[in-house]
Design a protein around this ligand. Structure first.
Ligand SMILES: [Zn+2]
Length: 100
């Protein structure tokens, strides 16, 4: 449980997004490009990557790290918000077939 507080060192642009009848607050830092989402009825921010019209929620470890850190001041390698491969993700799994 517990409520996450995002660092004030980020430079936020915030918007409200409704997906599947659920309303979220989406914050993106203009400096480090990290995205966070909080459901309207939840107190916790979660780390996400934005893919089209949906959010890919990142794992607990990433969420905890992002919400507890100050803004790194620039996008970090490996955190790019495109073509993201993550454990259990659906996005990146279908293009490659092993073998011939
Ligand atoms: Zn930032």
């Amino acid at each position: 449980m517990g409520r996450y507080h995002l660092s004030t060192t980020h430079l936020w642009s915030e918007q409200q997004v409704t997906i599947d009848h659920h309303t979220f607050f989406h914050r993106q830092c203009q400096i480090c490009d990290r995205d966070f989402v909080r459901a309207l009825d939840e107190g916790e921010w979660r780390a996400v990557h934005v893919g089209g019209l949906r959010f890919d929620f990142l794992n607990e470890e990433t969420t905890h790290r992002w919400v507890s850190e100050d803004c790194p001041g620039h996008p970090l390698p490996g955190e790019e918000n495109h073509g993201r491969i993550r454990p259990g993700g659906l996005q990146a799994s279908s293009k490659h077939r092993p073998g011939i």
